[in-house]
Design a protein around this ligand. Structure first.
Ligand code: PBG
Length: 325
């Protein structure tokens, strides 16, 4: 049978499941997954039309889902609020209301599941009547004016018990400003996970539908990055690191694996990647139509993101993947 004397046969290392497990280079575990959760003022939980399979939770439902995820081995959640129109204004003041939805959600989770790490988003878009991550002045996103509000938002979240503050707004200088504000308020131990390379992506559409947070005018291209650029991502990483970021993030994940690999090589900080709503829906919709094996496609997509260099992944599949793993 063996007619050829091939000197090298890579297939030997693939022969059995046991050998494949021995030589596997990338592993996926629930501890590397971060579960994004949506919360609203309503007491009842609402399945999301724009993000099938995900829910906008009332506070009780939120706590129950966070506890369930924790039992499955998930160590961290990130919270996103749906704010009623009546509480939105052009300066996004609700973002730092100490009695607002997010501080109540942080406290409820911390009380019920103290071991779970709570990550909070810093940006104005859910609170801003203009739907932008920063304050709009005469059609322009006002960078330095926004920083003050972001700092108040971050301090309020830290006071409520957030473990990690994740600025997703892409304003210049916000990591350094937030670090100073946290330290001045006594939160030296609260970490910053910076959305370092956040691209102006079409894949955020379903998320904005879930929170009713799409910009009222214009788009986010003057602050989120051009999908064509990677050197710029490295520059942002150097800045965030020098401003005191504890962890960096690339977002979206799947279409930006080269950016993940580039940042992995450029920094020693832990690196996160966000498999965003559109990436989730592409797999989910294809699976629902019977065109893809959902379990296999999800685990492969997450493995690919890890292989590119991400230490942790934010994904709407977190709880489901943890169950599979
Ligand atoms: C807002 C924010 C967005 C996402 C996370 N934080 C949307 C945006 O920038 O417009 C998107 C997440 C997703 O699509 O899953 N600061």
């Amino acid at each position: 049978m063996n007619e050829y004397e091939l000197p090298i046969r890579p297939r030997r290392n693939r022969r059995t499941a046991a050998i494949r497990a021995l030589v596997r280079e990338t592993r996926l575990s629930p501890a590397q997954l971060i579960y994004p959760l949506f919360v609203h003022e309503d007491a009842k939980d609402t399945p999301l039309d724009s993000l099938p399979g995900q829910t906008r939770w009332g506070l009780d439902g939120l706590v129950t889902e966070a506890a369930r995820a924790n039992r499955l081995g998930i160590h961290a959640v990130v919270l996103f609020p749906k704010v009623p129109d009546g509480k939105k204004n052009p300066t996004g003041n609700e973002a730092f209301n100490p009695d607002g939805l997010i501080p109540r959600a942080i406290k409820a989770i911390k009380q019920a599941v103290p071991g779970l790490t709570v990550i909070t988003d810093v940006a104005l878009d859910p609170y801003n009547s203009d739907g932008h991550d920063g304050i709009v002045r005469e059609g322009v996103i006002a960078n330095d004016l926004t920083l003050g509000v972001l700092c108040q938002q971050a301090v309020m979240q830290a006071r409520a018990g957030a473990d990690i503050i994740a600025p997703s707004d892409m304003m210049d200088g916000r990591v350094g400003a937030i670090r100073d504000a946290l330290d001045d308020d006594g939160h030296q131990d609260v970490a910053i996970l910076s959305y370092t390379a956040k691209y102006a992506s079409a894949f955020y559409g379903p998320f904005r539908g879930a929170l009713d947070s799409a910009p009222k005018a214009g788009d986010k291209q003057t602050y989120q990055m051009d999908p064509a650029n990677i050197r710029e991502a490295l520059r942002e990483a150097m800045l965030d690191e020098s401003e005191g970021a504890d962890m960096l993030m690339v977002k979206p994940a799947g279409p930006y694996l080269d950016v993940i690999a580039g940042l992995r090589a450029a920094t020693d900080l832990p690196l996160a990647a966000y498999q965003v709503s559109g990436e989730y829906l592409m797999i989910r919709a294809a699976a629902q139509s019977g065109w893809l094996d959902e379990r296999a496609a999800v685990l492969e997509s997450l493995t690919g993101i890890r292989r590119a260099g991400a230490d942790m992944i934010l994904t709407y599949f977190a709880a489901q993947a943890a169950e599979w793993l």
